[in-house]
Each structure stands twice: as structure tokens, then as C-alpha cells.
Design a protein around this ligand. Structure first.
Ligand SMILES: C[S@@+](CC[C@H](N)C(=O)[O-])C[C@H]1O[C@@H](n2cnc3c(N)ncnc32)[C@H](O)[C@@H]1O
Length: 199
């Protein structure tokens, strides 16, 4: 599995990975983590949990991966093709403000993404997906239509999802990710959040 620390990639084998996780019984996974701010927030808040940030863009991970936190790891991978070392580990998955192929796969119900989500999740794992209007508009969907499509795609593959809820500007401002802050102070601060768990 390709991990990154600063500008240095490190191939972490299964044994090395298992050692890193040894002291933790809850593992949280943030897909499309960007600059990893949310991962740092979670790792600082929950010292007894291990938090893994995944992004397909290695440049995004150069700075955040230079962390001294022991309970953090950054992995370079595409969400549609996650390393098998992650299988069955996650008790909580987040996808915050996806764009590009991650968003398109959610919208299309792409089987490779849906299988990845199922593979990495422990039984009764929970998931939070946060979506914003601008990113959906860029791929030709409105906030409402895109949210409904993703909601029904998740239901279809067996996630039990709660109804999507609006994230207003105050909620975006308070949310500890870089993209949430950008949206909160940008031209189109419309966003929604949906939570669920695997049945
Ligand atoms: C708008 S940014 C959001 C970053 C972060 N979650 C936040 O809230 O600040 C979307 C991120 O998704 C990543 N991404 C897009 N497609 C991806 C894919 N297929 N697999 C993994 N990451 C992907 C991008 O590289 C980018 O860092």
C-alpha cells in the first residue's frame, strides 16, 4: 500500500500496517481527504482512534502527511480501487465535498466505488457524505437532484441512510475541513450532509 510522509512515498506492507494499528480498535477513513485537515481534527480529538486519509492526488498530501500524530496515516489511492490492506477495517467512513471522479462515481453508483466502500467497512460501519452545490453543478447535476441520486444509489447497495440535511453557512463555517471553509466564504455556500450505516 502506498503511503506518504512529506514528499516521500513509503510502501507499507501488511505487517507494518498491522503494527501501526495495534493499539487502536476504531479506525476512521476519510476518502478524498484533500489537505487532510479533517483527518488531523479527528486524530487530535480521538487519541484512541486511528485515522486514515486517502486521496488520489499525491501533491495534496505532501504537507498534511508531515504530521507528528501517531494515529494518522495518509494513503495515495483512488477511492474506486483501494488497497486490500484496508479491507474490513473502517468503523466510520467520510466523504467530504467530493469532486471529480469520486463525485461522478457516487452519482453513477459506480460498482467499483460501491464495492470499495463495502470492502473497507466493518459490520455496522457508519458513513457521512457531504456534498456541495458547485461541485454537483460542474458535473451537470443540481444540489437537490444530485443528492437524491447519491442517496438512492447508497440505499440500493445496502446502506441504510438517513434523510439528507442542509448544511447552512454556519454549519459549513464550523466544519473542520478546508473545503467547508472555502464554501462557507465563497459564492455558492449550499451544501448537504447525509449519514448512514451499513446494514
Ligand atoms: C473538493 S476536495 C475536498 C477535500 C477535503 N475532503 C475537504 O473537505 O477539504 C475533493 C478531493 O477529492 C479528491 N478526489 C477526487 N477524486 C478522487 C478519487 N477517485 N479517489 C480519491 N480521491 C479523489 C481530490 O483529489 C480532492 O482532494
Amino acid at each position: 500500500m502506498e503511503t506518504i510522509r512529506g514528499k516521500t512515498s513509503l510502501d507499507l506492507d501488511f505487517n507494518g500496517f498491522t503494527e501501526r494499528l495495534a493499539d487502536y480498535n476504531r479506525i476512521m477513513l476519510d476518502l478524498g481527504t484533500g489537505d487532510g485537515r479533517y483527518v488531523h481534527f479527528l486524530a487530535n480529538k480521538f487519541h484512541d482512534r486511528f485515522v486514515i486519509g486517502v486521496d488520489s492526488c499525491r501533491e495534496n498530501l505532501h504537507t498534511p502527511s508531515r504530521t507528528k500524530l501517531r494515529n494518522v496515516l495518509f494513503v495515495i489511492a483512488s477511492a474506486q480501487n483501494l488497497p486490500q490492506e484496508l479491507n474490513g477495517l473502517a468503523s466510520h467512513v467520510t466523504i467530504n465535498f467530493p469532486w471529480g471522479s469520486l463525485l461522478e462515481s457516487l452519482l453513477d453508483g459506480d460498482i467499483s466505488l460501491m464495492q470499495s466502500l463495502a470492502s473497507i467497512s466493518k459490520s455496522a460501519a457508519s458513513i457521512d457524505i457531504r456534498l456541495n452545490s458547485g461541485a454537483l453543478n460542474e458535473v451537470g447535476a443540481s444540489l437537490n437532484a444530485g443528492t437524491q441520486k447519491i442517496y438512492s444509489n447508497m440505499l440500493q447497495v445496502g446502506w441504510k441512510m438517513n434523510d439528507p440535511v442542509t448544511m447552512n453557512t454556519a454549519a459549513l463555517r464550523a466544519f473542520p475541513s478546508t473545503w467547508a471553509k472555502r464554501l462557507a466564504f465563497g459564492r455558492d455556500p449550499r451544501a448537504v450532509s447525509m449519514s448512514g450505516f451499513v446494514k
